[in-house]
Design a protein around this ligand. Structure first.
Ligand code: PMP
Length: 356
């Protein structure tokens, strides 16, 4: 007997996690854009005191965190909707806006979860190729919008290319977007973005009634393992996000760690600044060595290795660099510890030289 199953799932891949080296290997895991710093001592101390409450369900409304975020961001608490990582909230945004068969427009290549989340929600992904520089082609994305479009993702900075969209270009794009379409600016990497002209999601959220912003505590705040992210969205959308959320999906530990991280943002900012400096110095070193590498505003760099991707990735692995390779396209390498970053430069230069 065959068990009942949703046949459309046969053609949907499972989300692919960044590869992890074996424990015995001397290697750097740079495949998931994680923060190389350990959690802050204050976060660990706060979590220890929270552990005694885990016999109870968390407060699903997370009033302390929502209040802290609202104050920090200058938005109304009702516009904030939390999830177990911003990837969960991205899925909720599709569930909250798309009827079966409606379309979700985004650039490609971009965050690998978008097409999976769209399919799982019963929506149709519309993938608009990045331009030759690995950046969003907002003109082509505007053309891809039609009456079936429910939602657009703009990933800024873009994963995996690290490129950003200018505020002026997003304004020109918004002028072409029909009022019924929700534009979601996914800012998972916003803290690493130092480009002066870049679009900033909250500015757009304040100025347009059909814009939402996605933020995460996984990257700059180093809480990837606790799973917590959120959207800032128009109140009616935020209310529907809460309906589509898994009940109690955001744990008390995650809420506490997020509140403590907001309280210690100054300490976290020092680390963020260090990662940005490391990114810039790695880009400069590679360029001085003649390597073509995309300008990045995130905590990773992107090498457009095309057909050489597998060979270059194998060379990186041999040198202990576990990056994220996209066959036929390129390789994304997270910025890591100073030791890892020094190893990346050497490994990339020799892997490129050795590639056929
Ligand atoms: N958006 C983008 C662009 C990402 O790259 C990621 C993580 N790789 C996420 C969202 C989701 O992150 P999380 O669920 O850990 O918040």
């Amino acid at each position: 007997m065959t068990l009942a199953q949703r046949t459309s799932l046969n053609s949907i891949p499972a989300y692919r996690q960044g590869a992890t080296p074996g424990a015995a290997q001397k290697a750097f895991k740079l495949s998931s854009n994680e923060n190389p710093y350990p959690p802050l001592d204050s976060v660990i101390a706060g979590l220890s005191s929270e552990l005694g409450t885990i016999n109870q369900y968390p407060n699903a409304a997370a009033p302390e965190l929502v209040g802290a975020l609202a104050a920090r961001l200058g938005v109304e608490p009702e516009t904030i909707a939390l999830g177990a990582g911003s990837v969960e909230v991205a899925g909720q945004l599709i569930h909250a806006t798309a009827n079966p068969g409606d379309e979700v427009v985004f650039a490609w290549r971009s965050f690998e979860a978008y097409p999976i989340l769209a399919h799982v929600a019963g929506a149709t992904p519309v993938m608009v190729p990045l331009d030759a520089d690995g950046a969003h082609d907002l003109a082509a994305m505007a053309e891809a919008i039609n009456e079936r479009t429910a939602l657009v993702f703009i990933c800024n900075p873009n994963n995996p290319t690290g490129t950003v969209v200018d505020a002026a270009a997003v304004d020109a794009f918004m002028a072409k977007v029909p009022a019924h379409v929700l534009v979601v600016i996914d800012e998972a990497y916003v803290h690493f973005n130092t480009a002066r002209d870049s679009a900033i999601g909250l500015d757009f959220f304040r100025r347009y009634p059909n814009v939402a912003v996605l933020h995460t505590f996984s990257k700059a705040y180093g809480l990837a393992g606790l799973r917590i992210g959120y959207a800032v969205a128009p109140p009616a959308v935020a209310a529907n996000l809460r309906k589509t959320a898994v009940p109690f999906g955001v744990t008390a530990l995650a809420q506490r760690a997020a509140v403590l991280s907001l309280e210690h943002e100054d300490e976290l900012q020092v680390r963020i600044d260090d990662l940005v400096t490391a990114r810039e110095s790695l880009l400069a070193t590679l360029r001085e060595a003649g390597v073509t590498v995309t300008e990045s505003q995130a905590n990773f760099i992107w090498l457009s290795t095309g057909d050489d991707t597998e060979a270059v990735d194998a060379g990186l692995r041999a040198a202990g660099i576990w990056a994220r390779a996209f066959a036929g396209e390129g390789i994304r390498i997270s910025i890591g510890s100073p030791e890892a970053n020094a190893a990346i430069a050497t490994a990339v230069i020799s892997a490129l030289q050795e590639a056929p």
